[in-house]
Write a protein of this length. Structure first.
Lengths: 120, 114
């Protein structure tokens, strides 16, 4: 199956610093990737859709300037949490849609292992 | 925003028993999926059922879909300790959302007791 790699898996940072999280599709090209945020024992909340070569599409209530998304190539999307604060501490997960985008299964997502961010 | 709602929120059963989780959603869909998440990890796709299908099987998994009631169920038969995880349903909500975007339900935390 398709593999999505997410790095780092765990990061601790001081309040006010910026943190970059990478999401790579290892064996397929992904023109679209998705970024989610998950609080303990809760569901995944979609933050934004990352589009290769164009601006990301953010969900309502998600601050664009706070969560910078760059999708510079067909295999890499990055999420930068700028000026992180303790309330940004969370589990962040990325995903990419199923290749080769069969009509019957195009919504299937392949997920990275997630990044646990702790802001002190 | 949440599309699906699973129940129960948490379920503990003995190893070997069957586990049933339910999911309800709000809008018309093209398909519905179930995912599994081990603690602190990413999600793994389990099964997809299309809106014109009523039942689907994959190994020990059985999924049903009732579009008239906007609900789905996931049955895991002969449960094992390794099935302990959170299970989420996800829908595409048809035309209301982008082509690839899926929206997750709140999930069911399943714990298999030895």
């Amino acid at each position: 199956g398709a593999v999505v790699s997410q790095h780092p898996s765990w990061v601790i940072c001081k309040s006010g610093t910026s943190v970059k999280i990478e999401c790579r599709s290892l064996d397929f090209q992904a023109t679209t990737m998705f970024w989610y945020r998950q609080f303990p024992k809760q569901s995944l909340m979609l933050m934004a859709t990352s589009n290769e070569g164009s601006k990301a599409t953010y969900e309502q209530g998600v601050e664009k300037d706070k969560f910078l998304i760059n999708h510079a190539s067909l295999t890499l999307s990055t999420l930068t949490v700028t000026s992180a604060h303790p309330e940004d501490s969370s589990f962040y997960i990325c995903s990419a849609p199923n290749p080769p985008r069969l009509a019957s299964a195009k919504n299937i997502q392949y997920f990275g292992a997630g990044t646990r961010l702790s802001v002190l | 925003s949440q599309q699906g709602e699973e129940d129960p929120q948490a379920l503990s059963i003995q190893e070997g028993e069957n586990a049933t989780m339910n999911c309800s959603y709000k809008t018309s869909i093209n398909n519905l999926q179930w995912y599994r998440q081990n603690s602190g990890r990413g999600l793994v796709h389990l099964i997809l059922i299309r809106s014109n299908e009523r039942e689907k099987h994959s190994g020990r998994l059985r999924v049903t879909l009732d579009t008239s009631k906007k609900s789905s169920s996931l049955l895991i038969t002969a449960s094992r300790a390794a099935d302990t995880a959170s299970y989420f349903c996800a829908t595409d909500a048809g035309w209301a959302f982008g082509d690839d975007k899926i929206i997750f339900g709140k999930g069911t935390r399943l714990h298999i007791l030895p």
